[in-house]
Design a protein around this ligand. Structure first.
Ligand SMILES: Nc1ncnc2c1ncn2[C@@H]1O[C@H](COP(=O)(O)OP(=O)(O)OP(=O)(O)O)[C@@H](O)[C@H]1O
Length: 231
């Protein structure tokens, strides 16, 4: 579904991503794991053309490397950014409406689906996003991304700063989205939880793919356990 070839990202003289290749197969959960600064966020941002890059990105065999970000979203790829970035001074409903910029005619129907997926948001729909808890803002950020009807949903560190119980709910939601047919590209510091639910995973180190494999295999690999799982 998504193919990334020879991707490089530079920030001035810093080479953050060094010619990586990877793919995401339709219907799967694929994770990118790796330590701080490995290049995970830059990789996701380059897929939605939000950073300067070289290389080729194709989505369902269409070259999207040079499309503008809003066109990429219209091609059914959505990114839930690190730190959620909900519009703090807008209500939940208004945040959802912003997410549906390409889907105005389906707004009511989609909003109803979001409230079914995240019932906790219903009673708060008139509340300003900035006054909600971290977990609620993460739900809203995911719901806002889903309002564009993505076929590929990319999540950048969704568990960051959340309580363990909420992290459990979040991972259940990710599995449910996969069951509903959405393909997931997940970036996580919480490597153990990510590998457990991933069909395939890539380990990034210093801007390069150091290792790849089935999530269920990597979770048992001694190297991965020592480096990323604190075991
Ligand atoms: N806007 C920027 N300007 C300069 N350097 C940047 C910028 N964004 C990222 N970098 C650098 O690029 C490298 C990769 O960063 P990136 O955020 O992609 O990694 P990451 O794996 O997502 O890390 P983290 O888990 O800490 O977010 C790092 O060395 C980082 O300092």
């Amino acid at each position: 579904m998504l193919k990334v070839k020879n991707l490089e990202v530079y920030y001035g003289l810093i080479k953050a991503v060094r010619g990586i290749n990877f793919e995401v197969k339709e219907g799967q959960i694929v994770s990118l794991i790796g330590s701080n600064g490995a290049g995970k966020t830059s990789t996701l941002q380059s897929i939605v053309n939000d950073v300067k890059k070289t290389g080729q990105i194709t989505f369902n065999n269409k070259d999207i490397s040079n499309l503008k970000t809003h066109k990429i979203i219209q091609n059914h790829i959505a990114l839930v950014p690190e730190g959620r970035r909900c519009f703090q001074n807008l209500t939940i409903e208004e945040n959802l409406r912003m997410g549906a910029f390409n889907n105005d005619d389906k707004y009511e129907e989609l909003q109803e689906e979001m409230f079914k997926l995240f019932p906790r948001l219903v009673s708060k729909k008139g509340q300003l996003a900035g006054t909600m808890s971290g977990g609620e803002q993460q739900m809203l950020a995911i719901a806002r991304a889903l309002m564009s009807s993505p076929k590929l949903l990319m999540l950048d560190e969704p568990s960051l700063g959340l309580a363990p119980k909420i992290i459990g709910e979040l991972f259940e939601t990710i599995i449910r989205l996969k069951e509903e047919g959405i393909t997931i590209l997940l970036v996580e510091q919480n490597a153990f939880a990510a590998l457990e639910i991933s069909d395939w995973a890539y380990v990034l180190e210093n801007g390069e793919v150091a290792l790849e494999g089935k999530g269920s295999d990597l979770v048992h690999s001694d190297e991965i356990r020592a480096k990323y799982l604190g075991a």
